[in-house]
Write a protein that binds this ligand. Structure first.
Ligand code: CTP
Ligand code: MG
Length: 391
């Protein structure tokens, strides 16, 4: 479904290389929580209240990739789109986009792909502002920091903040006026379109921007955007999976999942044989890239003969902390016929959560009589850990 004669065009400039972000691909094609910055920026346009003409301006050799992105992002919408190659500066990239406006367009918005999280209502406000005022309209946000003038690292003055705002995109303009302003700019370079517009003697008004519409410029901006989208910085998360299996011994007095089970057979092993604790230790260690329980300092030491699983879990958590990691949550599934686990599950979860310092949740299952666990010869445990690196 597409609209053939849109009245509004949005030029999405995405032709920069992203030097300050410092990745090997152009910034617009860098992923943010599993989707490129460009796809997020273009995707917002598909949800506007009217179908618009979308003109995406990209670096040379990225036209096909951008076309795929735009097709995907706009597939459910009334928008039409075109892809073109930008220039050496943002100003030139906007000009490349301006040359492709559909004849029906009377209002032009220019938007940075780098502002990937701009909400749709900012676009709506700018479009409505241009329609009612007939002027240029730019979204702004107040400046929180005190602003000073500096020369050679020396403060030379404090700027009156009450007259200042920070400017975002999309910036919207009546089409003819914007075309005139760009023609008037000649070879001069401007960092934003309102600058070009004002330079031609035309009026620019403001409307409220949005805090989420910040420009993704540096790696810490990307981290902030990730955190906003995921609730956590996905880049700092790691998962680990591990298993442990022990055979039952003759003696009674099982230790399992941090609990004593006096009427069950022990699990054999150098330490107390607590397969749940050991699987959790390995899941935590492997998530952090710290190897496994066998490599942990002193674990084969005779001093650890019969040692409680608690010692190993606490040691692993300490090792993680040294490497800058904290556990987010841990799960373990116990596989075996005995002990009957359900009745003591919550008790075990509480004990283990205390050792790990994060929620540990448990489940138990049998294997339909198959294998060493099904034959009742021992217990296997599979554990997963989610850990996060402290920024
Ligand atoms: N832009 C563009 N063409 C250029 C330069 C910039 O289309 N020659 C676009 C960018 O892709 C971005 C927006 O203008 O969406 C704002 O620019 P900026 O955030 O500075 O992006 P980059 O120029 O890519 O980043 P850097 O300055 O760190 O290299
Ligand atoms: Mg730039």
């Amino acid at each position: 479904m597409s609209h053939d004669s849109p009245r509004v065009a949005v030029i999405v400039v995405a032709a920069g290389s992203g030097v300050r972000l410092g990745q090997s691909i152009p910034k617009a094609f860098v992923e943010l929580a599993g989707m490129t910055l460009l796809e997020r920026a273009v995707g917002a346009l598909g949800h506007l209240s009217q179908g618009v003409q979308v003109i995406v301006v990209v670096p040379a050799d990225f036209e096909a990739q951008a076309d795929d992105v735009a097709k995907r992002a706009l597939s459910e919408s009334d928008c039409i789109h075109l892809i073109t190659v930008g220039g050496a500066t943002r100003h030139e990239s906007v000009q490349a986009g301006l040359s492709l406006l559909a004849p029906s367009v009377d209002t032009v918005l220019v938007h940075d792909a780098a502002r990937s999280l701009t909400p749709g209502d900012v676009f709506e406000r700018v479009i409505a502002g241009v329609a009612t005022s007939g002027h240029g309209v730019i979204p702004t946000v107040p400046i929180a920091d005190t602003i000073k003038t500096v020369s050679h690292s020396q403060v030379t003055g404090t700027v009156d903040r009450s007259t200042l705002v920070a400017v975002q995109t999309p910036q919207g303009f009546p089409r003819r006026d914007l075309e005139h302003a760009y023609a008037h700019a000649g070879g001069a370079d401007f960092t934003d379109d309102a600058g070009v517009f004002s330079n031609a003697g035309l009026t620019v008004e403001t409307c409220p921007g949005d805090a989420n519409s910040f420009k993704i410029t540096t790696p810490s901006d990307l981290t902030r955007a990730n955190t906003l989208l995921l609730g956590v910085d996905g880049a700092s998360l790691r998962t680990g999976t591990a298993t442990d299996t022990h055979a039952f011994g003759e003696a009674m007095g099982l230790r399992l999942a941090g609990l004593d089970w006096p009427n069950e057979h022990v699990l054999s092993g150098h330490s107390d044989g607590d397969a749940v604790a050991h699987a959790i230790v390995d899941a935590l260690l492997v998530a952090a890239g710290l190897g496994d329980i066998g490599g942990m300092v002193g674990i084969d030491d005779p001093a650890y003969a019969g040692a409680s699983g608690e010692i190993f879990v606490r040691e692993a958590v300490r090792g993680l902390a040294e490497a800058g990691f904290t556990a987010v949550n841990v799960t373990a599934q116990l596989i075996g016929n005995r002990p009957r686990f359900a009745a003591r599950r919550l008790e075990a979860e509480q004990v283990l959560s205390g050792w790990v310092g994060a929620p540990v949740t448990l489940s138990a299952t049998t294997t339909d009589g198959l294998g060493l666990t099904g034959e009742g010869r021992g217990i296997s445990v599979i554990a997963t850990a989610l850990i996060s690196h402290n920024a």
